[in-house]
Design a protein around this ligand. Structure first.
Ligand SMILES: Nc1ncnc2c1ncn2[C@@H]1O[C@H](COP(=O)(O)OP(=O)(O)OP(=O)(O)O)[C@@H](O)[C@H]1O
Ligand SMILES: [Mg+2]
Length: 406
């Protein structure tokens, strides 16, 4: 198809299917982005006018597929017009490709039409974006949809996969573990297996749709939290988890109370000096004017907290983690998600961390943490922020002392 490029068997099957909807569930390093890029290039090189849309959970992920598709086009001597800012767009004759992030509910996509829509890491894109934004874009053109991803529990991606297994005509589906990619070295696979829990390896490399066992935050709660439209009253608060050695520094900003809250911002940074970490965190907290700030001071002690207080967040407080405190912290977050009292953002890193956060039974209760090889910095920052929320919206506006009951 493209000189020198040979799709492996799974990739061939995906490319050969003419079904209107294709669902491809496979392990990491399987060659998902590669086959997506090949499919896009093939569509753009065809004779018919082609509006192709590549969607991914984040802009960085969308950009990966975009650049890979461009490489395929260059390989066959095509020279499309490329624009990377403000958003990646490529034009080749009558064909056009745009690569977009599904963040913010895919608002920027509404009202357009497309002949082919491909979603990379689809299990990390909210269901609502696929059904309410993307599918209608294909209605006028009779276009095709392809969803490609590593699994994330039994969510909508799993249900479509199942429908494909039952139907096979309108929806084609395939599940294929990473080792079906003959180019993936067995040594790399073995190394990954040794770095992860068995459950995680089964999901990430075995492409299995696993839920429950050991999972603290159920996938359906998390997915529902992405669909909520809360307009809570209360305070704006922040939770901070500082990086230790190879970790990320993570910050979560919430608004509301424990009765109902929305996530305004969540992010993580890696490879920054202590001074830089304090600076970026202080700047964001000031931007949102968070009135309560709670930092994990386990292992990093008071100097960081003092630096943050000096950097313009004088009201920042610190807490040292004990097993019991961590238990309460995670329990509170679990209850808020279970009770549909927390509205989340579709941040792929956060969804990944929530999905892989596990409780392992031990002699002295449960050990709560991310599966080995996965970070939990965002979950901890989120849990700290949720803990810091006022218990009820009205308690947020109480002034000390003279509280009169009506
Ligand atoms: N048919 C192929 N021919 C040559 N190289 C391939 C082929 N398919 C995949 N690869 C290579 O294998 C590696 C993994 O591919 P790719 O990034 O597409 O996988 P992925 O499933 O999207 O991975 P991730 O889970 O990390 O997103 C890349 O280096 C890619 O170039
Ligand atoms: Mg990929």
């Amino acid at each position: 198809m493209f000189s020198g490029w040979r799709p492996h068997l799974g990739q061939q099957a995906f490319l050969a299917s003419g079904a209107p909807v294709r669902v491809l569930a496979c392990g990491r390093r399987w060659g998902k982005t590669e086959v997506i890029a090949a499919e896009i290039a093939r569509a753009l090189l065809g004779d018919a006018p082609r509006e192709v849309l590549l969607v991914a959970p984040s802009q960085e992920q969308a950009m990966l597929g975009f650049e890979r598709a461009l490489e395929f086009l260059h390989r066959v001597g095509a020279h499309p017009t490329v624009r990377r800012t403000p958003a990646p767009t490529l034009t080749l004759g009558k064909g056009k490709l745009w690569a977009r992030s599904a963040a913010r509910g895919g608002m920027l996509l509404r009202g357009r039409k497309a002949h082919l829509i491909i979603v990379d890491e689809a299990a990390y894109v909210p269901e609502q974006v696929v059904h309410e934004v993307l599918t209608p874009m294909l209605a006028d053109t009779g276009g095709k949809l392809a969803l490609v991803s590593t699994p994330r529990g039994k969510n909508y991606f799993y249900r479509l996969y199942q429908q494909g297994q039952d139907d096979g005509v309108h929806i084609w589906s395939l599940r294929s573990p990473s080792w079906h990619n003959p180019l993936l070295s067995p040594t790399v696979l073995q190394m990954q297996a040794s770095l992860m829990t068995q459950r995680q390896f089964q999901i990430e490399y075995g492409a299995q749709f696993l839920d429950a066992a050991g999972q603290v935050f159920r996938t359906e709660w998390v997915d529902r939290a992405l669909l909520l439209h809360l307009q809570p009253e209360g305070l704006t608060v922040a939770g901070v988890d500082w990086a230790r050695s190879h970790d990320y520094t993570a910050l979560a900003i919430l608004h509301g109370s424990r009765e109902g809250a929305t996530l305004l911002d969540i992010r993580r940074w890696q490879g920054l000096s202590w001074t830089e970490q304090v600076e970026v965190v202080a700047r964001r907290i000031q931007m949102y004017a968070a009135t309560r700030v709670l930092c994990d001071r386990t292992g990093v002690g008071d100097p960081l907290l003092e630096a943050l207080q000096t950097a313009g967040v004088p009201h920042a407080e610190g807490v040292a983690f004990t097993q019991a405190f961590k238990q309460s912290l995670i329990e509170n977050l679990t209850l808020m998600l279970e009770g549909a009292r927390l509205q989340l953002l579709p941040d792929p890193d956060l969804l990944h961390e929530l999905y892989h956060f596990e409780a392992t039974p031990t002699a002295r209760g449960a050990r709560l943490q991310a599966a080995q090889g996965v970070h939990d910095d965002l979950v901890i920052a989120l849990a700290l922020a949720a803990w810091t929320l006022p218990r009820a919206a009205h308690s947020a506006v109480r002034t000390s002392g003279a509280q009169r009951t009506p």
